[in-house]
Write a protein that binds this ligand. Structure first.
Ligand code: HEM
Length: 202
């Protein structure tokens, strides 16, 4: 590993690289701003007096929040695709600094002191995060097409994309909360301590 981002036990090189961390930061920022701008379209900021806060009057403007939503939707799609391509082939299951080639092996290696269940739960929450991001992108693209002038999509598709967008908005929040909760419990419960891509010894 080049530079000061050395490979640590339990973390992949791609996760620790400057590029990997910058893309993750971009993902987090875009998701947070998509929540903020998406909720602005519900619209709730006027009702809860957010628009009265100095500097936040614009949050009551539907087109301002929509523009923000479009900008960060583009940022999310870019960062997400980059993230997948960047980690593809470089990443894998890292347990105690050792790359293991399949899920069963990784889980068994991590199985000491009842850590096995955390491994499975963490992976499950990560899968849910990915599924919900993909659902948001797919349903979001349908909604963008719907908003184009002179486009008339079937009513059933509009209802489905709106329902999926809203459901995934909720489930992404739940799966992120679950992910951080599991990491917290796992750190509290036992040594060795886990990183999100494996186990490291304290
Ligand atoms: C973390 C990701 C995202 C979250 C939490 C999110 C959340 C929301 C919410 C809460 C709404 C308002 C409810 C609704 O109209 O259904 C909304 C609307 C919308 N979102 Fe997203 N969204 C996300 C990503 C995206 C992406 C990636 C796209 C585009 C590719 C997108 C495009 C849209 C569009 C076009 C609307 C409807 C604007 C309208 O016609 O009124 N969203 N989003």
């Amino acid at each position: 590993m080049k530079g000061k981002f050395k490979e640590r036990a339990g973390t992949s090189t791609a996760h620790r690289s400057r590029t990997g961390m910058m893309v993750r930061a971009l993902l987090v920022v875009s998701v947070l701003l998509l929540y903020f701008s998406g909720l602005g379209q519900m619209p709730i900021y006027q009702r809860y007096y957010i628009t009265s806060i100095p500097g936040f009057t614009w949050t009551g403007d539907y087109f301002a929040t929509l523009r923000l939503h479009y900008i960060f939707a583009a940022v999310l799609i870019f960062a997400y695709v980059f993230h997948l391509v960047y980690h593809w082939g470089r990443d894998g299951f890292f347990v105690a600094g050792k790359k293991v080639d399949n899920y069963r092996e990784a889980r068994n290696e991590a199985g000491g002191k009842g850590q096995e269940r955390f491994f499975t739960l963490l992976r499950l929450s990560q899968v849910l995060i990915h599924v919900n991001i993909l659902l948001l992108i797919a349903s979001g693209i349908v909604k963008v097409i719907k908003n184009l002038p002179a486009v008339d999509l079937p009513y059933a598709l509009l209802v489905m994309s709106t329902a999926l967008h809203n459901l995934a908005t909720l489930l992404l929040l739940v799966s992120c909360a679950a992910y951080f909760l599991i990491r917290l419990l796992q750190r509290r419960n036992a040594s060795p301590v886990w990183s999100d891509s494996g186990v490291s010894m304290k």
